[in-house]
Design a binder for this molecule. Sequence first.
Ligand SMILES: *Cc1c(COP(=O)(O)O)cnc(C)c1O
Length: 371
Amino acid sequence: MTGTAHAGAVLTIDLAAIQQNYELLRDMAPGAECAALVKANAYGTGADRVGPALWDAGCRIYFTATLDEAIAFRGFVGPDARIFVLNGVFENEAEEFSAHDLAPVLNDLGQILFWSQRARTLERPLPTAIHFDTGMSRLGLPSDEAQRLADDPSSMDGLSVSYLMSHLIASEVPDDPVNGQQLARFNSLRATLPSFPASIANSSGIFLGADFHLDLVRPGVALYGANPQPSSANPMAEVIQLKAKILQVRLVDSPQTVGYGATHRVSGPTRIATIPVGYADGYPRSLSGRGYCYVGGIQVPVVGRVSMDLITLDVTAVPSDQVFPGAEVVVMGGEISLDALADAGGTIAYELLTALSGRYRREYIFDAGRT
Ligand SMILES: *Cc1c(COP(=O)(O)O)cnc(C)c1O
């Protein structure tokens, strides 16, 4: 047996790599501040550990999706961090925003009026960002509401507007004309409003050039090692590695099948290794018959269906002295990039990251530059 004595799968998260990624993205946008998106438990990597690491790297601005994420995150980074909540604010949440010094991203005119009224009642400016929809049709002021805000900027009285922001819909495709169109829409909208700092770029948006950097960039997924430019080599340092140990090895032969539903039929003498990673751990069921791992430096396919707690690998190609209960299997990281694995399963690295199981043994390291 090698490695730790633990029998389950071990997820290693490299905090120094996250710091290095933060520094790379920040340095790409020298005129702008660089925030960190830490929603969904810092994209599955553990906000409690990632928050302090980002703080040490100099990050002072954070975005969560939900209020509860933001309240927890306040505890991870202390009182001086600026924390924005993307999902906005409902009236019954206002006290909690104040108690934890959180800033809502205001997504419609009603929220702006409510937050401005509250600022005037409390007689102190309330921090916020205002989000404009320039093509997502998801969150943010639609154009008619943006027009009404421009017609009556006093709706923002009492607000301390840190940023006007918008969100790109196709920034990972650098030559998609929609990127430039959204930027132009956002910039012309800003011209109708009082002057505030502005932000539009997510991870991939940073790579679209200086016009997109504005005053603040908002990377998420690239901090955690995914490739922000799928058509080029990944410039980001690898953050996560997932390794498991073989639980059992068996020899099967035709006409046997492997797994639920008998979707995989062996055609001759085959060695199957079973490892403790399944869809309950966030290994997508769509990787059934499509995923792959590495054993002893050799790529081996996932055969049969991904089940809740287990996957089965065809390890026939691996020398038999390397395939035994307790032998190490690389499931993610190294030769297996998040982006390529996600692609094999018809999903994206974001989903693989945010689905990472709480069941994995987590080991945090500071070791950027390991290979
Ligand atoms: C998630 C999110 C980001 C970060 O996007 P990435 O593609 O992960 O870099 C930025 N802005 C908003 C509004 C988001 O919701």
